[in-house]
Design a protein around this ligand. Structure first.
Ligand SMILES: [Fe+2]
Length: 295
């Protein structure tokens, strides 16, 4: 285990992340066969949505087993958003706990948002109001999940498109309050910060400056759509733009070598194109953190 002692940060990171580091890729079904055949060196770990694998056998179980031969697996949930007001689904939590235990994940992440009301799923990640009440309910849900799953819980900051009430917290302060109240970890999505910053006119670097770096366990990076009217939409369907690469570099210089995931869920290109983006991410990662990819 490496401990550089420059700011105490790196030793802490390696301890928390259980040696998961460098650049990862989402293990999406459409890509899995080629990814598992080629097992490219640039991919150091993979992320899954547990909803795609829980209770499923056949090819899904096979993909997960094959992936685990070479890669650590991190889980990122889509269905148990922290803003939910309904009681935690204990049956689902039990099933999820079993999967996380099998995979020996270092943490489990979900989004700081609302994804369903009374079991009606929106199939979207809708923002919470940035209020003290939402801080309290979200923090409570994170604590409940940590107890139920018995792993550290990381929240992910989301993109949104409706302006918040003027008398609420600003986004970064809202995220910070939930992190502190729940004593949670952070999955820092730099594309989501960039999209929100451009749509609502705030400084994305100032947002990152507020983040308590010792809570960051993982970073997401992705591309987004720019509409003709200039509004940016978090599609995960475009290449990562240079401004998001630059924000990633800024974050890595502050946070240190936490694992970075390339998210690509729509308009998925040939694996070769994603591997070129992963090369670019490695260049930024090595430059910003001093860490080197395995040769
Ligand atoms: Fe993300």
């Amino acid at each position: 285990m490496e401990s550089r002692g420059d700011n105490g940060r790196r030793g802490f990171v390696f301890q928390v992340t259980n040696e998961i580091n460098g650049i990862g890729l989402g293990l999406r079904y459409d890509l899995a066969t080629e990814l598992l055949e080629r097992r490219p060196k640039g991919v150091s770990w993979v992320e899954i949505h547990p909803e795609n694998y829980l209770g499923r056998g056949g090819r899904y179980a096979e993909i997960l087993d094959l992936a685990r031969e070479d890669w650590p697996v991190v889980t990122h949930g889509l269905s148990t958003c922290f803003g939910a007001l309904e009681p935690l689904d204990e049956d689902y939590a039990n099933d999820l706990r079993g999967l996380l235990n099998d995979l020996e994940v270092p943490w489990h992440s979900e989004h700081l948002c609302i994804g369903a009301v009374n079991t009606h799923f929106f199939h979207d990640l809708l923002p919470l109001p940035f209020t003290d009440e939402a801080v309290a309910t979200s923090a409570q849900r994170i604590c409940e999940m940590r107890d139920a799953l018995d792993v550290p819980i990381a929240l992910e900051n989301v993109s949104y498109y409706a302006p918040q009430a003027a008398n609420g917290l600003d986004e970064a302060d809202f995220v910070l309050e939930v992190l502190e109240r729940a004593d949670a970890k952070l999955l820092l999505d730099v594309n989501n910060i960039y999209v929100n910053a451009r749509n609502f006119g705030f400084d994305p670097e100032a947002y990152i400056d507020k983040i308590p770096i010792d809570r960051v366990v993982q970073i997401h990076v992705a591309g987004h759509l720019v509409r003709d009217d200039g509004i940016r939409i978090d599609t995960h369907g475009e290449p990562v733009p240079n401004d998001v690469y630059r924000l990633l570099e800024y974050a890595l210089r502050k946070v240190g070598p936490v694992p970075v995931l390339l998210e690509r869920d729509n308009n998925v290109p040939a694996l070769e194109e994603l591997l070129a983006e992963i090369d670019q991410l490695w260049s930024i990662y090595e430059g910003a953190t001093g860490e080197k990819r395995a040769s």
